[in-house]
Design a protein around this ligand. Structure first.
Ligand SMILES: N[C@@H](CCC(=O)N[C@@H](CS)C(=O)NCC(=O)O)C(=O)O
Length: 291
């Protein structure tokens, strides 16, 4: 081994350094998996856990991405035992988050919610009448398929510094990594159609969606009344990014200045479903995806 190492140009002690490096990588990888406290441990589980694949934690909210917050909040709302895999493996569709349950991969936050609800006989919308379900679905789709892209237009604009300040993983913390992501998202925005508008027009669209959310929520505790339902996971996932992870953006300023009910709503969701919020966010100092 020493000969091989010296042939490869390693100095004395290089073997030990490599061993330490390999062990450190293995340990870091293990740390990227975490069990939700309410979940059973693998030793006492009779039911397999849902494994939620997502990127690492964010510095101010549990993810710097809206869809993982949506899906993880749903798992908590539905009391489904799960564990996180923060190794940032993207799905075969090239997206994140996704889940694996009993060996089946479900690659989309909404498909995952629908699949688990069917498989486990859970319906967090059980109290809703068909007309209310329809309204909730319309708000979910507006939030994910329209408002989200107005956020991407800001996050992936020329100035990538705000994005850099919230993205985990040292691997992503490279100019090349950010630029690649920026190019991909911009292509998607063009395909969606929103990317063909001016920044001002995109913000007009985003502002109209935020206003609709705020107006519909009104004084209610949750979107569909006194009880949280699926649409709350979606809206919380998206608006939490505006509040905590889009520093200086028009979205953040507008929500904080003009939509106090959305800010309080996020506070309620955080309190109800994320009592461990503080331990689920990175400190901002150890920003390497292992938090
Ligand atoms: N419809 C998908 C959307 C997921 C999504 O767009 N995720 C973003 C991160 S927030 C992503 O993976 N983007 C990479 C890409 O679009 O190439 C879902 O609900 O899971």
């Amino acid at each position: 081994m020493a000969e091989v190492l010296s042939m490869l140009g390693y100095k004395e002690g290089g073997g030990i350094a490599i061993l330490v490096l390999v062990l450190t990588l293995i340990l870091c990888r293990k740390k990227q998996r975490e069990c939700h406290p309410d979940s059973k441990t693998s030793s006492d589980m009779d039911e397999p856990l849902v494994v939620l694949y997502q990127i690492g934690r964010g510095p101010h909210a549990p993810s710097p991405s809206p869809f993982p917050v949506k899906l993880e909040t749903f798992l908590r709302m539905a009391k489904i035992p799960y564990m996180n895999d923060h190794s940032a493996k993207f799905s075969s569709k090239g997206k994140t988050p996704w889940i694996e349950y009993r060996g089946v991969k479900i690659e989309d936050s909404q498909l995952a919610i629908d699949y688990l609800s069917r498989e486990l006989g859970i319906d967090v919308n059980a109290k809703l009448k068909p007309e209310e379900r329809a309204t909730a679905r319309a708000f979910q789709k507006m939030t994910e398929e329209n408002l989200y892209w107005s956020m991407c237009a800001v996050t992936f604009s020329e100035d990538l510094d705000p994005l850099r300040s919230v993205l985990p993983y040292t691997g992503f913390q490279t100019v090349a990594g950010h630029k690649t992501l920026q190019r991909t998202i911009r292509k998607e925005m063009w395909g969606h159609g929103i990317g063909r508008h001016s920044p001002q027009d995109i913000w007009t669209i985003g502002k109209a969606d935020i206003t609709a959310l705020s107006d519909f929520l009104g004084d209610k505790e949750f979107f569909m009344g006194d009880h949280p339902t699926e649409v709350d996971c979606t809206v919380f996932g998206m608006v939490s990014q505006m509040i905590w992870h889009m520093p200086g953006s028009p979205h953040e300023i507008f929500v904080k200045e003009k939509c106090p009910n959305l800010v309080s709503f996020c506070g309620r969701m955080k309190e109800k479903f994320w009592p461990d919020w503080e331990s689920c966010i990175t400190t901002g100092k150890t920003f390497n995806g292992n938090n």
